[in-house]
Design a protein around this ligand. Structure first.
Ligand code: IMP
Ligand code: MG
Length: 183
């Protein structure tokens, strides 16, 4: 019997659990400084941002609302389908509220621009984005996120919420998937 654990499919670790924790703590402090007293609505973009979102919210020392949305832009491929679909909407009315969209990774920037436009139409007081990872080389600079955890090169990464074909999300670090896994 062939025993496979997620680690077997990782070529390289880009960010360790420790590095991630330190970065998320710093981001939580920055958001606390900016949003203290504003009672922002923190919006988790499921499922990829889930670990980042929970850790980030835990590091914010101010009143926040927590809500979740789900979009789908990828099938079981390592390539964007180019189509964004809202699968689960917010429960919270965001009109007049300060909104922070929490994303896992900006690749083409398509999901980010769709979400900004879609939720911006509900007239929030402000809308900003924070993405755990950003593949800056893959998109135009106007699609930049307001806050970012780490910049990553154009490689397919998994772990800390990010998946390939819905697996690997539970790895506690960010790793590069071996190309033979998806080719
Ligand atoms: P975009 O719309 O092209 O910016 O794609 C964003 C979405 O694609 C993210 O929310 C992820 O779900 C997925 N994605 C892009 N690159 C990666 C990657 O390297 N690993 C895992 N998911 C990725
Ligand atoms: Mg995904």
């Amino acid at each position: 019997m062939r025993i496979t654990t997620p680690e077997n499919d990782i070529a390289e670790v880009l960010f360790t659990e420790k590095q991630i924790a330190a970065r998320v703590e710093a981001l939580g402090m920055a958001l606390t400084a900016e949003y203290g007293g504003k009672k922002p609505v923190m919006v988790c973009v499921l499922k990829g941002a889930s670990f980042f979102y929970i850790d980030l919210c835990r590091q914010m020392n101010c009143q926040i609302d927590m809500d979740f949305i789900s979009v789908s832009s990828y099938g079981a491929e390592a390539q964007s389908s180019g189509v964004v679909r809202l699968v689960k909407d917010l429960d919270t009315n965001i009109t007049g509220r300060h909104v922070v969209l929490v994303e896992d990774i900006i690749d083409s920037g398509l999901t980010l621009s769709y979400l900004r436009e879609f939720f911006g139409a509900r007239r929030p007081a402000s809308i900003r984005t924070i993405s755990f990872l950003d593949k800056t080389a893959r998109h135009a600079s106007e699609l930049k996120t307001d806050y970012c955890g780490f910049e990553v090169p154009d490689v397919f990464v998994v772990g800390y919420g990010l998946d390939y074909a819905s697996y690997y999300r539970n790895l506690p670090y960010i790793g590069v998937l071996k190309p033979e896994v998806y080719s």
